[in-house]
Design a protein around this ligand. Structure first.
Ligand code: NI
Length: 137
């Protein structure tokens, strides 16, 4: 949470081009920053991993496809489904597992340095990248 702020990108970024520039799944790319937050995009398909961000909310925007997010809340487990153009914020401390059986492209907004698999997580499967986000090439 103490990562230094990265300056915002100095040129516009076309999200479609950014998404087309890599193929890895569940491996977010940082497209720009806002103060001490990253704007990240990711291509996703299949299941991520149950994990929890202890200190930050996590914002999702679905750019294409459909994303489901399973949530373990005090009242029990539920799943929210986000269609293209939908946004949802997972509250800090809420265990969650995103999934996209048919694939999706998503935008994430979260503090720089936030781990994609949270502060606590189940065993990370091989197809999930545990990262604080990669630079766009
Ligand atoms: Ni998360």
């Amino acid at each position: 949470m103490e990562s230094p702020a990265t300056p915002p990108r100095r040129e516009p970024v076309a999200l479609a081009e950014a998404l087309a520039s890599f193929a890895e799944l569940w491996s977010p790319r940082i497209v720009t920053t806002v103060n001490d937050y990253d704007v990240r995009v990711a291509r996703v398909e299949g299941e991520h991993v149950w994990h929890t961000h202890d200190h930050t909310d996590e914002f999702f925007l679905v750019l294409d496809g459909e994303l489901s997010i399973a949530l373990r809340e005090p009242e029990g487990e539920r799943t929210v489904t986000l269609s293209k153009g939908s946004v949802f914020t997972v509250p800090r401390g809420t265990e969650h597992k995103p999934s996209a059986p048919a694939g999706a492209s998503i935008l994430l907004f979260e503090p720089t340095g936030t781990m994609s698999v949270g502060d606590r997580h189940e065993e990370v499967p091989g197809h999930v990248d545990a990262t604080t986000g990669h630079a766009l090439s």
